[in-house]
Design a protein around this ligand. Structure first.
Ligand SMILES: Nc1ncnc2c1ncn2[C@@H]1O[C@H](COP(=O)(O)OP(=O)(O)O)[C@@H](O)[C@H]1O
Ligand SMILES: [Mg+2]
Length: 300
């Protein structure tokens, strides 16, 4: 193991044990639920050799209620990582930390450290507009703008000044639609409303819109839950292709989907990151009882 990696692991471990003390105290506030079962620190491997994101001791509060407790997690470059766990365990809340979307919720407060390529994105001086271009987001319900297909994709590059002229803008729009696997279906009707497409096509349009501003990371919050199985399969194939160029963090309530698309899987429980590891390991031989109970359907 390289010296740099080793010291990073060591640092993460000492950070984890420092955090363990506060974790148990905080978890006891939950009382009768299974929070007393959460491990002192995350089980598995929280680090990555080539991290895009390095999250340490991340807490999130909604007013006085804590929703995320001391999450330590690296997210690797060009990996697909799934976030799974019972409803309300904090998957969406954690995902929204990664591009400061919790800023849009007045009562939300995020503390700890989240570095994107070494830069602390929780710093209040960070401009969230370019951050959200670097870390794009795709939501549960496809949400195209009430504009043409072309304008949906051209919107981001225009506001970020990514194209010098119409030729360059056309090029970005076409490439983004192509990468999102939608170009063939829409190339003869680019001026028609994006909202007129099928659900699956709308979701791929939203992915094209995210891609158009050259993000490093795409956050997807249950992107297939409003889609039929065929449209879902297309998005899953697309995720597989996109990981060549992008990091993808996907929240899913489908364990089959997590198993199909991701290299690593993170299991959240009552606001704690209980376990994170290679996806195969999580689904065939999880280390923690809570993870096992969830994947075998005994809980959640
Ligand atoms: N906007 C909000 N205001 C207050 N509480 C919220 C808000 N969003 C989520 N929560 C609470 O935070 C916890 C985690 O929610 P969430 O991140 O949506 O979980 P998941 O995505 O895993 O279902 C829940 O207890 C939920 O009620
Ligand atoms: Mg959610």
């Amino acid at each position: 193991m390289e010296a740099a990696t080793m010291s990073r692991d060591k640092k993460a471990r000492s950070e984890q044990s420092a955090q363990a003390a506060t974790r148990k105290t905080a978890s006891s506030l939950f009382g009768t639920d299974r929070s007393s079962d959460v491990p002192d620190s995350t089980v598995g491997v929280i680090t990555h050799d080539d991290p895009v994101f390095t999250c340490r001791s991340v807490d999130v509060f909604y007013a006085n209620k804590q929703a995320i407790f001391g999450v330590d997690l690296d997210i690797g470059r060009h990996e697909v990582i799934s976030m799974i766990g019972p409803s309300g365990c904090g998957k969406s809340t954690f995902l929204r930390c990664l591009n400061r979307m919790n800023d849009t919720i007045a009562i939300a407060r995020v503390t700890g450290r989240i570095e994107l390529d070494g830069q602390d994105i929780l710093d209040s001086r960070i401009d969230v507009v370019p951050l959200r271009a670097r870390v794009g987001m795709v939501f549960q319900k496809p949400n195209p703008f009430p504009k043409s297909i072309y304008e949906n994709v051209a919107y981001g590059p225009r506001i970020h000044g990514l194209a010098r002229d119409r030729v360059e803008l056309d090029e970005i729009v076409h490439t983004s639609l192509e990468r999102a696997g939608l170009l063939k279906e829409v190339k003869d009707r680019m001026d028609q409303p994006g909202t007129g497409l099928s659900g699956g096509q709308q979701q791929r349009l939203c992915i094209a819109r995210a891609i158009a501003v050259s993000p490093e990371v795409i956050l997807m919050d249950e992107p297939c839950s409003a889609l039929d199985p065929i449209a879902t399969a297309r998005i899953e194939d697309l995720i597989d292709e996109l990981k060549e160029n992008y990091t993808i963090c996907i929240v899913t309530h489908s364990m089959q989907q997590a198993a199909r698309v991701s290299q690593r899987t993170a299991y959240f429980h009552l606001g704690y990151l209980v376990e994170v590891d290679e996806t195969d390991k999580i689904f065939t031989n999880p280390s923690h009882k809570l993870t096992e109970d969830y994947i075998t359907g005994r809980f959640g």
